[in-house]
Structure formats: structure tokens, C-alpha cells
Design a protein around this ligand. Structure first.
Ligand SMILES: [Zn+2]
Length: 104
């Protein structure tokens, strides 16, 4: 039987009597289409050819490692309580102020 524990409070989650929540976060570099406005030159096309060449030469395993550096997927199991806490403050900043957001 699979055993889960909450990644925030480390408490074991008993999935037969309480909900388990999964948080998935993809972290990746944004590709901004408007970036050629800021001084993009034709040189970039040469670079693209180089990258294509490179991609064709490296094997799949290396490619995975390469992607790993650019894209990170984080996955957490949360208990019901921590899910609520997480949603209030997903980026984990100082929560003292956000708790009174009704006063804003
Ligand atoms: Zn928890």
C-alpha cells in the first residue's frame, strides 16, 4: 500500500480518511516573442543553426539532462490543512501581512 506524507508539515496522510492534494509547479524560462525588439540582430539565426546541429548530435539522455536544467517540475503532496495554507501564500513569502488582506 502506498504511503504518503505531507511535504509541508511532514505528517503522514491517511488516504482512506482524509484528502490528499498534489501541487505541481513547472518552473521554466519564459520565451518572450517580443524580445527581438530589444536589439535583436541577424546573428541570432546563426546561433539557431548551431543549436540545431548540437541537438542532432547529442543523444537522448544528454538532451534530458539539458532540459532538466531549463525546466523544473516540482511536485508536492499536501494534507488538507496545508493545502489551504499553501493557497493563501503559494510563494511562501512573509505571511504576516497577507493574513489581513481584507484591510488592504
Ligand atoms: Zn500538512
Amino acid at each position: 500500500m502506498l504511503h504518503y506524507s505531507c511535504d509541508m508539515c511532514k505528517r503522514p496522510i491517511d488516504i482512506c480518511c482524509e484528502p490528499r492534494h498534489v501541487v505541481k509547479i513547472d518552473v521554466f524560462q519564459a520565451i518572450d516573442d517580443s524580445s527581438d525588439e530589444c536589439g535583436g540582430s541577424d546573428d541570432e539565426f546563426d546561433h539557431l543553426d548551431d543549436v540545431q546541429d548540437l541537438l542532432q548530435r547529442i543523444d537522448e539522455q544528454e538532451l534530458e539532462m539539458l532540459e532538466e536544467e531549463v525546466t523544473r517540475t516540482l511536485r508536492f503532496d499536501l494534507c488538507d490543512e496545508c493545502r489551504r495554507t499553501f493557497l493563501k501564500n503559494p510563494l511562501g513569502g512573509k505571511s504576516s501581512k497577507s493574513l489581513n488582506f481584507s484591510n488592504n
